[in-house]
Write a protein that binds this ligand. Structure first.
Ligand code: GLN
Length: 243
């Protein structure tokens, strides 16, 4: 009995520690999925990319150490809600549904969903996707849009790379993906092309737990400084070359 009580006390002490949370610590923990170039990807042993660089500048500005946690895209929101991470930064599109679960900072860049197909595909516009086998990354806005396509068969992958591989093997007819990662995948695979017509325009922002309004305010203030000084454009320009 005594032993049980001790362990209950230990657990509650741990929980108290967790509740005072990452935000009041000197660390800024970012939840991401590092398979989304040029926003976040692994180079050597490091996670690099636009989001990683912007997050580093925000952490510096807040006097915190940036820690990046790599996980499945569809685990990121839960990680922020539970306090396992302070921020979600993963080329994450602001959506009404997600706003039910987390708060978003001011947007830091624009994005779009595009279609990637094989060079010989007859798909030339979003309308041609009806009845096709479409690959998406699970839990993304591409996944959500695919659901609206008439008679489409949706194949959900845990990583875009897997969807691209399935496309190369003709297991699916098209992949719906964000524009810049789509460009990277096409540049790496000469058998693939991107359909020019973008079928949604979106905005990326940083996700923060609902109750963590202090951090949200700090992030928005940092983002404003970084936008005004041209730093955000500079980082984006380093990874995305103007055509
Ligand atoms: N922008 C898309 C979304 O938010 C995809 C993001 C991602 O896969 N990292 O759903």
């Amino acid at each position: 009995m005594k032993k049980l009580l001790v362990s209950i006390l230990a657990v509650s002490a741990m929980m108290t520690l967790c509740a005072c949370g990452a935000s009041s610590s000197n660390k800024l923990v970012m939840a991401t999925n590092a398979a989304f170039p040029p926003y976040e990807y692994i180079e050597g042993k490091e996670i690099v990319g636009i989001d990683a660089e912007i997050a580093k500048l925000i952490a510096d500005d807040l006097g915190k150490e940036l820690i990046i946690e790599d996980m499945a895209f569809d685990s990121i929101i839960a990680a922020v809600q539970s306090g396992k991470a302070d921020i979600a930064m993963a080329g994450m599109t602001v959506t009404e549904d997600r706003k039910q679960n987390i708060n978003f900072s001011d947007p830091y860049t624009e994005a779009a969903q595009v279609i990637v197909v094989k060079n010989d595909s007859t798909v030339a516009s979003p309308d041609d996707l009806a009845g096709k086998r479409i690959g998406v990354q699970i839990g993304t806005t591409g996944d959500i849009y695919a659901e609206d396509i008439e008679n489409a068969e949706i194949e959900r992958y845990s990583k875009y790379f897997e969807a691209i591989n399935a496309l190369l093997q003709d297991k699916i007819d098209a992949v719906i993906v964000d524009r810049e990662p789509g460009k990277v995948f096409v540049s790496e695979n000469p058998e693939l092309k991107m359909i020019d017509e973008e079928f949604t325009v979106e905005e990326y922002a940083i996700g923060v737990a609902k109750e963590n309004t202090e951090l949200l305010d700090q992030i928005n203030a940092s983002l404003k400084k970084l936008k005004d000084s041209g730093k955000i454009d500079e980082i984006i320009g380093k990874y995305i070359k103007a055509e």
